[in-house]
Design a binder for this molecule. Structure first.
Ligand SMILES: *Cc1c(COP(=O)(O)O)cnc(C)c1O
Length: 462
């Protein structure tokens, strides 16, 4: 299995190489040269299997011979052992034919754990075999940083530094980054805002001496291995509701388009998906584009669903690659136009996108109203991201096709918004009820590049 760049100008890589590289050298994103398919019989045989076994069968064809079967099974086993639910991604019914897929039973209570936990184990095995170590540096405004720290905690081949803007993340989010005890993961509270953190991260990657010296690596959401991990729960949930013998639909709270793109892959693999619905908050560039209005950047307006506050959606480039019939030059041209504001989608590509994705948006008031009404209707307390999904799903679902809405975070991760909407304070799950008592470990640091690089150098030399 080879991986090719969405811009057509980077070398073809194996799964492992693409995973360790992240961004392609031509600025594109790696995708499999061919998407493998599963027969209806193979999909039907998933019924009743463990999450881990389905994960093995779904992901195996993408991995090629980078990992031996038993090795890959063990990696998957270790990745999901720390989840707080035996089903890993349980389904809950909201209404007749409307189901919630709970993706928040991992160590940091958001769906990012599904991908990050797997990638941590994959990196460890691949790097040990190569006799290499890497330094992962990330910038986070919330969920990704803690998911990375939990995933790589205690592994030998990796040091992790996560920069977050001091004083600008929620208390739960901060504590999830400052309380891990493993010696190889480090929280950095940077004096500045999220753009400063992201800017310094870019600066580090552009400082080639530093980059080579510490062997800098990234695990952001464009990494194909992260997308792949997310394909699995589309299969487990659809099969639980009768696939492949009947169709199902999905609604996905969307930011960087990684999660919904995993649904697209599942459909290409042969899972009978009727609708794939993109749900956005007020930062609705994707909804505007899928409604035929072109892909034009706006201002990012902070919302109560911060993990979906995006200006451009990095994985959407992958969808464009398929919409433009795998024409890398055409995608490169669009991405060039995006630098100066945006682009119109060609008629043929728009037909492909409209046939593949539906979309909708929820305002702040609609999000709060949905948390309240869903709590009254089913007793389910939704986080703001999941509430956006439920609101948009209700606008699209058909009585004859089950709709599965992805609940991407636990309500306790966003207690202020949830309490404002419902008057209920969402409690943390018992396995992390002591989060507020755990001691915190964090380095407060200026947003100066030299200071940050110096700190990272000294810490990994210890
Ligand atoms: C990251 C995130 C999203 C958006 O997922 P994408 O893959 O970026 O589209 C939605 N909800 C939560 C809680 C998240 O952490």
């Amino acid at each position: 299995m080879k991986y090719i760049s969405t811009r057509g100008q980077a070398p073809e890589l194996t799964f492992e190489e693409a995973m360790l590289t992240g961004l392609a050298r031509d600025g594109g994103l790696y995708v499999p040269a061919e998407i493998p398919t599963l027969s209806a019989e193979e999909i039907a045989s998933f019924a009743g299997l463990s999450y881990e076994e389905v994960a093995f069968r779904v992901m195996r064809p993408f991995v090629g011979d980078c990992f031996a079967d038993q090795e890959f099974r063990d990696i998957i086993g270790r990745a999901y052992a720390g989840f707080g639910h035996a089903a890993r991604a349980p389904l809950k019914q909201l209404e007749p034919n409307h189901f919630l897929l709970e993706l928040f039973h991992g160590p940091t209570l958001a769906f990012k754990d599904f991908a990050m936990q797997l990638i941590g184990q994959l990196f460890e095995v691949a790097l040990k075999r190569r006799g290499e170590t890497v330094t992962i540096v990330g910038a986070t405004s919330g969920d990704t940083g803690s998911a990375a720290m939990e995933a790589f905690a205690g592994l030998e081949a990796v040091n992790v530094f996560i920069m977050y803007p001091h004083g600008r993340v929620s208390e739960v989010q901060r504590r999830q980054m400052t309380t891990p005890t493993a010696a190889n993961v480090h929280a950095l509270a940077v004096d500045g805002d999220f753009d400063d953190c992201q800017g310094r991260l870019k600066d580090m990657f552009n400082d080639f001496d530093f980059r080579d010296e510490v062997k800098l690596a990234g695990v952001n959401s464009i990494n194909f291995a992260r997308v792949l991990a997310q394909v699995v729960y589309y299969f487990t949930s659809a099969v639980a509701l009768g696939a492949p013998h009947r169709k199902v639909s999905f609604t996905v709270p969307t930011g960087n388009f990684g999660d919904i793109f995993a649904g697209f892959i599942a459909k290409q693999m042969g899972l009978p998906i009727d609708q794939l619905v993109v749900a956005t908050n007020q930062n609705d560039i994707l909804h505007r584009c899928l409604s035929g209005n072109g892909y034009y950047k706006g201002e990012t307006i902070p919302s109560i669903s911060p993990s979906m506050d995006i200006q451009v959606s990095s994985n959407f480039e992958r969808a464009l690659f398929y919409a433009y019939d795998k024409d890398g030059a055409a995608v490169a041209q669009l991405m060039d136009e995006l630098k100066t504001g945006g682009f119109d989608v060609s008629q043929g590509a728009m037909e492909f996108l409209a046939a593949t994705f539906a979309s909708g948006r929820a305002s702040e008031d609609e999000t709060l109203a949905t948390i309240k009404s869903e709590y009254a209707a089913s007793g389910e307390l939704l986080c703001p991201h999941g509430a956006i999904g439920v609101k948009v799903a209700n606008e699209h679902r058909k009585t004859e096709v089950p709709m599965i809405t992805l609940a991407t975070a636990h309500p306790a991760k966003f207690p202020a918004a949830v309490e404002k909407a419902s008057d209920v304070h969402p409690p943390l799950p018992s396995r992390m009820a002591d989060l507020y008592e755990r001691s915190e470990r964090v380095t407060r640091i200026s947003s100066d590049l030299a200071a940050l690089e110096d700190h990272i150098r000294k810490t990994i030399a210890k």
